[in-house]
Design a protein around this ligand. Structure first.
Ligand code: TYD
Length: 137
C-alpha cells in the first residue's frame, strides 16, 4: 500500500532545532485537534481502530514508535523516529502503534474533533466497511 510521509523543514542553529506546523500551509487540512501519547508502558500495543472520515498526521517529536497501517488488503510498517517527519493517515485505514521507546511522544494532528461515532474499533467491521466502499466505487 502507498504510504505518504511528509518531510518538514528543520530550523536548526547552534541552539538546537525547531519545526513549525501550520494548517493549510505545510499541514494539508484544517487542524481541529492535537493530541499526544506519552509515558507509554513497555510492550503496549494500542490504536486498533480506523476512522470513517478523519485525516491525521502522526509525528514522533521525541523518541520513536512503530505504526502498522492496514487498508484491508495490505499492511505497511513505519518506524517514526525523526521529529521532522510526519506520517499521513487517511480515513479507512486500520492502525496499530507499538514498540514505543520509554521517552516516546506520539503527537497527532487531526482534521476534526474527537467523535467516537467516527471510529471503527472492530477489525471484521473494518473489513466489511472498506470492502463495501470498494464495491461502491
Ligand atoms: P483510545 O481511543 O483508547 O486511544 P488509542 O485507540 O489511540 O489507543 O483513547 C484513550 C482515551 O482517550 C479514551 O477514553 C478516549 C479518550 N480520547 C479523548 O477523550 N480525546 C481524544 O482526542 C482521543 C484521541 C482520545
Amino acid at each position: 500500500m502507498n504510504i505518504t510521509m511528509m518531510q518538514f523543514q528543520k530550523h536548526g542553529d547552534d541552539r538546537g532545532a525547531l519545526v513549525s506546523l501550520e494548517e493549510n500551509k505545510n499541514i494539508p487540512f484544517e487542524v481541529k485537534r492535537v493530541y499526544y501519547m506519552y509515558d507509554t508502558k513497555p510492550d503496549v500495543r494500542r490504536g486498533f481502530h480506523a476512522h470513517k472520515k478523519l485525516k491525521q498526521i502522526l509525528f514522533c517529536p521525541c523518541g520513536a514508535c512503530t505504526i502498522m497501517l492496514d487498508d484491508g488488503v495490505e499492511k505497511a510498517y513505519v518506524r517514526l523516529d525523526d521529529p521532522t517527519e510526519g506520517l499521513v493517515v487517511e480515513a479507512n485505514i486500520w492502525r496499530e502503534m507499538y514498540d514505543f521507546t520509554p521517552n516516546a511522544v506520539l503527537m497527532v494532528l487531526a482534521s476534526d474533533y474527537y467523535d467516537e461515532n467516527d471510529y471503527i474499533r472492530d477489525y471484521d467491521l473494518f473489513l466489511q466497511h472498506v470492502r463495501s466502499k470498494g464495491r461502491m466505487q
